[in-house]
Design a protein. Structure first.
Length: 454
């Protein structure tokens, strides 16, 4: 029978993970119905054929299916629906930890301030296992003051090896607002920042403050970050498909998806995972990206985030980057663009904004439209600005666009938003957030058709 470990300490989680790497059981992180870190016996594995095996279909590239029992099952954040169980082999986890060491300053001691329920936090423990240490426990409600206190304790314990930590952008933003926390953060040899998009304005502020940040890109399906500051690990290949999607190949790629039941773990073949005849695995992401002439990767959006307004495709990530670059100096810390249904245009953009300057834009809608006319296309300019106290998030800080869309509809249409339920994304839930009244950006005379030259 599976053995659960409620609220494990880093030392306890380290033992569970070490046994998983040794092939003694399968470690399953919370998610998808699993409430706690759980050790599943190898007998619970229901695997059969494998990607790249003789009995798998394909012409040199086979659909992903897991054969051998994985070391770890981690659930995706569920940003596009129900969380999926991702099966990561011991080899993939060890390859990722080794590549991180090579990319940084070698083995070191880690400060754990992310829950190990997700791949970013779990990887802190796997990297610590590789260096023969147990990470410092900095989990719990994150505040800049608490981080400063814990970091002082961390360094006060005679820290001699390189010091590392993994953060999400929200945590970094809070640190930068507090001089004492910023000073402690500057003592780390590297701060990995991932889990959500890091805005260049925040990255620049961090570097100016002396923080050695590393922007990471990856996901559960690649064992966490496998692209650091736009450059892939040496053994990882990045390819841009014809449709603009990012494909990642290499030893860090997961074996595939699995279904986790109370007493069994079963592979679920999925075309997102393929393997060539040598067994080298590839994962086709839902991220859109581009590679420059030096091979540096930039993420431009997600396939499933793009919406249409009056027949024009709008990429929220691209619009958000422009808006935040312009608004950051005005006291806007975070923005999120989501579509709201409209009878005339199909969908219109609603911009959630958070920060001390958000209220200013309540009375500046028309001037804001004029301000961005030269930077954005007519369809990209949001119709509403919605000041909020917090932007919906899930997992370790990824924007929850489904919940944000529900919130925006409620703020724009009030009770009438119930009529829009049939067009909401699957899995969207009401967001329990303090909200402010919406702001119209465009006036009643909409000239977008003429501006587009249609």
């Amino acid at each position: 029978m599976p053995t659960a470990f409620p609220s494990p300490t880093p030392a306890e989680a380290s033992r569970v993970f070490a046994d998983a790497l040794a092939g003694r059981h399968i470690a399953v992180l919370p998610g998808g119905g699993v409430k706690h870190l759980t050790a599943y016996p190898l007998s619970s594995w229901r695997g059969a054929g494998s990607a790249g095996s003789a009995d798998s279909p394909g012409n040199g590239a086979t659909e992903g299916a897991v054969s051998a029992p994985p070391a770890l099952v981690v659930f995706t954040s569920g940003s596009t629906g129900r969380p999926k169980g991702v099966a990561l082999s011991a080899e993939a986890l060890q390859a990722s930890a080794a590549a991180t060491e090579d990319a940084l300053s070698g083995p070191g001691r880690w400060f754990l301030c992310l829950a190990p329920d997700h791949i970013a936090g779990a990887q802190v423990i796997f990297r610590s296992l590789r260096s023969g240490t147990v990470p410092f426990d900095g989990r719990g409600h994150f505040t800049a003051e608490r981080f400063a206190d814990q970091a002082e304790e961390f360094f006060g314990a005679g820290q001699s090896e390189p010091a590392y930590a993994s953060l999400v952008p929200t945590q970094l933003t809070r640190i930068l607002r507090d001089p004492r926390a910023t000073g402690q953060a500057a003592r780390f040899d590297a701060l990995l920042v991932g889990g959500a998009s890091l805005h260049p304005h925040t990255a620049q502020a961090a570097r100016q403050a002396g923080l050695r940040i590393v922007r990471t890109y990856g996901m559960s399906e690649t064992g966490g970050g496998c692209v650091y500051d736009g450059r892939a690990f040496p053994q990882v290949d990045v390819r841009i498909e014809d449709d603009g999607r990012v494909a990642l190949s290499g030893p860090v790629v997961a074996d595939g998806y699995v279904e986790v039941e109370p007493d069994s773990i079963t592979p679920k073949p999925d075309p997102s995972f393929t393997a060539d005849i040598s067994g080298r695995r590839t994962f086709l992401t839902s991220d859109m990206g581009r590679l420059d002439s030096a091979g540096v990767l930039s993420i431009t959006g997600r396939v499933d985030d793009v919406f249409q307004s009056g027949g024009t495709n709008v990429s929220p990530l691209a619009v958000e980057a422009v808006l935040l670059s312009e608004l950051a100096d005005d006291g806007i810390d975070e923005v999120l663009l989501v579509p709201v249904e409209d009878r005339e245009w199909g969908q219109l953009g609603a911009l959630l904004v958070r920060g001390p300057g958000a209220e200013y834009y309540r009375n500046s809608a028309v001037s804001l439209k004029t301000r961005f006319r030269h930077l954005l296309g007519p369809a990209e300019i949001p119709r509403w600005v919605l000041p909020v106290d917090a932007i919906p998030a899930k997992g370790i800080g990824k924007p929850d666009r489904a919940a944000a869309r529900v919130l925006a509809e409620r703020m724009v249409y009030g009770d009438a938003a119930r009529a829009l339920a049939e067009v909401r994304p699957a899995g969207a839930e009401e967001a329990d957030l303090t909200e402010s009244a919406p702001v119209m950006i465009q006036d009643s005379t909409d000239t977008r058709t003429d501006e587009r030259g249609e």
